[in-house]
Design a protein around this ligand. Sequence first.
Ligand SMILES: Nc1ncnc2c1ncn2[C@@H]1O[C@H](COP(=O)(O)OP(=O)(O)OP(=O)(O)O)[C@@H](O)[C@H]1O
Ligand SMILES: [Mg+2]
Length: 326
Amino acid sequence: MNADILKRLVRAIGEGAHEDLELLAKKVIQVERDTGHQKLAGELDRIFARARSQGASSTPPTLRELPSSRRNRELLVSVTPRDQLEHFMVLPPEVEERFARVEREYAARERLSAYGLRPRKRVLLHGPPGCGKSLGAKRLAWNTTLPLMKVKFDALLSSYFGESASNLRTVFEAAKERPCVLLLDECDFIARSRSTDRDVGEAARVVNALLQFLDEYDAPGILVATTNVEESLDEAIFRRFDDVFKVPLPGDREIEQLFRTTLSAVKISGQIDWATVIGSLKGLSAAYTVKAAQDAAKAAVLVGRKTVEEEDVRLAIDEIRRGKSL
Ligand SMILES: Nc1ncnc2c1ncn2[C@@H]1O[C@H](COP(=O)(O)OP(=O)(O)OP(=O)(O)O)[C@@H](O)[C@H]1O
Ligand SMILES: [Mg+2]
């Protein structure tokens, strides 16, 4: 190998300069190709592409690699560090299975593609607030080891003609370059996309662009969109996603499990009548259930009691119910 490449290679390894190493790998492949070693160059090319798509999934993108708007270089996405990805979820078994299937298909993506099959890559989560749509995206990122890239709609939407759509294109192109879970959180306008009003403003342009990018989406990672708006989900939406499913309110089993796991660090009185607790939390979101359990535990800890009593639980739930009805 050429002495100059060897020196640069050793220096880049010494400095841990990842980007230089990538450039050098490409250079080595090119040199082999230029010297007539086509077979070796082809093989190196394939090894590089495979290693890159596998390695990239676990390393978070650097700031420089994140998409930003052309006008003021504002970041168009935010990345959640892996150690901040909340991922424990309590779900009814059939919903747990829907999430797990997306994860299994992602893990088996190469085996599937050998048969000409595509893993589920575009997922729409819908359902009532506070039941785990945003959390579901984090969990998918955690279990696939993909970085979570959340689109910042406030930065993306611009008042300049056509700029929002071009920002959106930048985001989708970035997701192609580097595998990630691309999260379009609370994009209710997806569900409303079929509204009959003939809006021709910037908002309508971004919806149209989004629908088109969804149609064409073929990035190496997973796209997750979430919405609370369920009534207008229709065929046109279902067609654009590989999987659409509801993250529902917790049922009896889930309420008890949420309550118990939230209280797992403290002792719970054996006197608690779970049927009553479940009954009084029915219809509330998972987020409220977690909050009720935390409030009950805090009340006990604050008065120096080692055990959470039925009264703590009752008061915490009553307070949440009162707050909800205000
Ligand atoms: N299924 C769940 N299992 C465990 N904890 C949950 C679950 N759903 C919600 N939580 C708790 O409630 C919090 C809020 O949930 P999350 O942000 O995912 O709700 P959401 O469905 O995205 O709501 P919104 O529609 O308001 O955005 C989570 O951070 C978590 O603490
Ligand atoms: Mg949310």
